[in-house]
Design a binder for this molecule. Structure first.
Ligand code: MRU
Length: 351
């Protein structure tokens, strides 16, 4: 399933003892690949947005531990665990907001417990990472099938950032719902926001929808309210980087604005995310919103577009309160408000 087959975009793929990532810094100009041979390469790739999007960085992080484990020369479990811990800490430090990163690292570490030889641990780590990558695609497809019943033939869906195949191993979360609706024969159009300052909307969402021949229009972030007010949008669907048990959703900066405007225009606002994006342990005050470089705002490419000494705020994520969210689409069904209840229920049904 992870092999690079014909026309499908595989964002994360294991090939010949290394991890191959679509280099998203180069899109849409060039579809090229970044090969990670060490866990340090993986940390570089996540930190510098070679790969991004919560599920994709989770699976990438898991393969970071595979690479660390393959490179380790440790002869006994204690020194092997030391090598693994070093890799865990470096990869964990790359980006703070998407919980999938920590979730994936912890899931791999969990598999190393109670095994009595380095060989067995190495095998277990590799098996689990491969399983996670394959599961990611299956989960996205289930989520798509759950969500697509909300969409009618002829609808136009607004999305923000990129929650598509480029944000996952393949298929996508929010855009997985779009793909499933299209797959069931509905005629669907997408309106993608640019998503300043990193432009995941214009560079990535538009690229992958055009690649799959799904109708898409691009709008500046500033045109969201106007476009909604003209009655052109039937649904908003976004992904998530972390969802708290209260139903608060952390996602790309600007998501909150879309949710407020959707409410104003009575447009349903959906979040599509796998259960691995839910954080049942922390509360709002515990979560770090990543602040990124001021150059992302002050410059376009190398060109300065603001006075160079201006003070810049560049938060990469915001928080949308549950009161603005119409439904949360997961692989285990569609959650309805009050989310504190429906989230609790979906997790208690798992055990
Ligand atoms: O900074 P990014 O590009 O990693 O942010 C990505 C997002 O905010 C996505 O919307 C989110 O990860 C959901 S991806 C299925």
């Amino acid at each position: 399933m992870l092999e690079n087959s014909s026309n499908i975009l595989f964002t994360v793929r294991w090939e010949k003892n290394s991890l191959v990532l679509i280099d998203q810094r180069k899109l849409p100009a060039k579809l090229s690949y970044f090969r990670c041979k060490t866990y340090q390469d993986v940390a570089f790739a996540i930190r510098n947005l070679v790969v991004r999007g919560a599920p994709a960085i989770g699976v990438t992080a898991a393969f970071g531990l595979v690479l660390a484990s393959k490179k380790s020369k440790a002869k006994n479990i204690t020194s092997f665990q030391k090598d693994l811990k070093k890799a865990y800490s470096l990869i964990r430090s790359t980006r703070p907001t998407a919980i999938n990163l920590q979730w994936a690292l912890d899931r791999i570490i969990e598999k190393t417990r109670n095994l009595d030889s380095v060989v067995k641990v190495k095998q277990a780590i590799f098996r689990e990472a491969m399983k996670m990558a394959e599961e990611d695609i299956l989960i996205n497809k289930s989520m798509g099938l759950e969500g697509e019943i909300l969409i009618s033939d002829g609808d136009t869906i607004m999305t923000h950032c990129n929650a598509g195949s480029l944000a996952t191993v393949a298929y996508g979360t929010a855009l997985g719902v779009v793909r499933a609706a299209k797959g069931s024969g509905k005629n669907i159009s997408v309106v993608a926001t640019e998503t300043r300052p990193v432009m995941q909307g214009s560079r990535l969402t538009v690229f992958e929808l055009k690649h799959d021949q799904i109708d898409v229009s691009l709008i500046p972030d500033t045109a969201v309210g106007y476009t909604m007010s003209k009655g052109k949008i039937q649904h908003v669907i976004v992904g998530a980087d972390r969802i708290l048990k209260s139903g608060h959703v952390f996602n790309k900066i600007g998501t909150y604005q879309l949710a407020v405007l959707a409410k104003r225009h009575k447009i349903p606002f959906y979040v599509a995310a796998p259960l691995s994006t839910f954080d049942l342990n922390n509360t709002l005050k515990d979560i770090i919103i990543e602040e990124r470089s001021e150059n992302e705002v002050k410059k376009i490419g190398k060109k300065l577009i603001a006075p160079k000494d201006v003070r810049v705020m560049n938060p990469a994520f915001d928080v949308t309160p549950p009161s603005l969210i119409t439904r949360i689409i997961t692989e285990k069904g569609i959650l309805e408000p009050p989310y504190s209840k429906s989230i609790k229920k979906v997790f208690s049904n798992l055990f």
